[in-house]
Design a protein around this ligand. Structure first.
Ligand code: ZEM
Length: 286
């Protein structure tokens, strides 16, 4: 039914499931990008733990982290693809889905390499609390992303993913989309961040976020406190300004940094073969 190693067929099946008229803004794309990011964003360079290898979100320890609330939707969207191409690992499928979604939504081509395993090494399980908290500021952002090995420019480029999708009250407690067309990849997020007058608002659930009323849309757009921190911080801001005016440069830098994100914790030999994961003792197979 499906040829072992035919990643092109997997890509096509992911592309075909993106259109979801009943879901959010009509696309599974944004939540798939978030799944890829959260699968990789637990990485800690110092202890070489976390990262996309192992697809740990299948299990309660990681999947039940409140930071991952809502990502079961992404995993459910992808399950038929996994059933059809049963030879692909979840770790590869989740990262590839993010890559395909970005491209299909009009974003750059992102480099993706196969080979992640679904082998869970207990000694490499990330503790909770490794993903960023949107209620915080620049110090917190740096603490989280420096841990993975990213610099200030890379942090701002990665944050451009907030061109996509929206916040859900019942997932993060925040509410709304960042941009008017949240299923089209672009640099609008950076442009709006600088051009609009954002003011703080406390939602009914007590969560604080920044909002701006968009007249054409007749709707409020939003920014997280961490998004606004990028414009307030003297070392982040120049990158926001650059990406707001240079869409091409944003695409190039986003492509580089996203490719780096999904390779965190993956060790390859010269031929590109992954040499960690499966051959580590002390874990279990799913
Ligand atoms: Zn997000 N993100 N993120 N992000 N993110 C949300 C949604 C999405 C932060 C964050 O707290 C939140 C990156 C960085 C950071 C996406 C991609 C990437 C939401 C809303 C929150 C609260 C969740 C909800 O309620 O459904 C913080 C604090 C970040 C860094 C400081 C990076 C890096 C990303 C990818 C490269 C995407 C695509 C979404 C939209 C998901 C959706 O379901 O629509």
């Amino acid at each position: 039914m499906s040829t072992f190693g035919d990643y092109e067929a997997v890509r096509q099946d992911i592309a075909s499931l993106l259109h979801q008229p009943e879901y959010d803004d009509g696309s599974a794309g944004p939540v798939l990008v978030r799944l890829a990011w959260h699968s990789a964003g637990t990485y800690d360079a110092e202890t070489d733990t976390g990262g996309s290898n192992g697809a740990g979100m299948r299990y309660e320890a990681e999947g039940g982290d409140p930071a991952n609330a809502g990502l079961q939707h992404a995993r459910v969207f992808l399950e038929p693809v996994k059933q059809k191409h049963d030879w692909i690992t979840y770790a590869d499928l989740w990262t590839l889905a993010g890559v395909v979604a970005v491209k299909e939504m009009g974003g750059p081509e992102l480099e993706w390499k196969a080979g992640r395993t679904d082998y869970v090494d207990d000694s490499k399980l990330p503790p909770r609390g490794r993903l960023p908290d949107g209620a915080k500021g620049a110090d917190h952002i740096r603490w989280i992303f420096y841990r993975m090995g990213f610099n200030d420019q890379e942090i701002v480029a990665l944050s451009g993913a907030h061109n996509l999708g929206r916040c859900h009250n019942d997932r993060s407690g925040f509410h709304g989309a960042w941009v008017p067309s949240p299923t089209r990849f672009s640099n609008t997020y950076f442009r709006l961040m600088l051009s609009e007058d954002w003011h703080e608002k406390t939602l009914d659930n007590g969560v604080r976020q920044f909002v701006h009323y968009d007249e054409d849309l007749d709707e409020e757009l939003m920014m997280l406190p961490t998004d606004i921190a990028l414009t307030d911080d003297p070392d982040f801001r120049p990158w926001v300004e650059l990406y707001a005016k240079d869409r091409e440069r944003f695409y190039i830098d986003f492509a580089k940094v996203f490719a780096k994100l999904i390779e965190l914790g993956i060790t390859r030999d010269e031929s590109g073969k992954v040499v960690n994961g499966d051959n580590v003792r002390g874990g279990y197979h799913a």
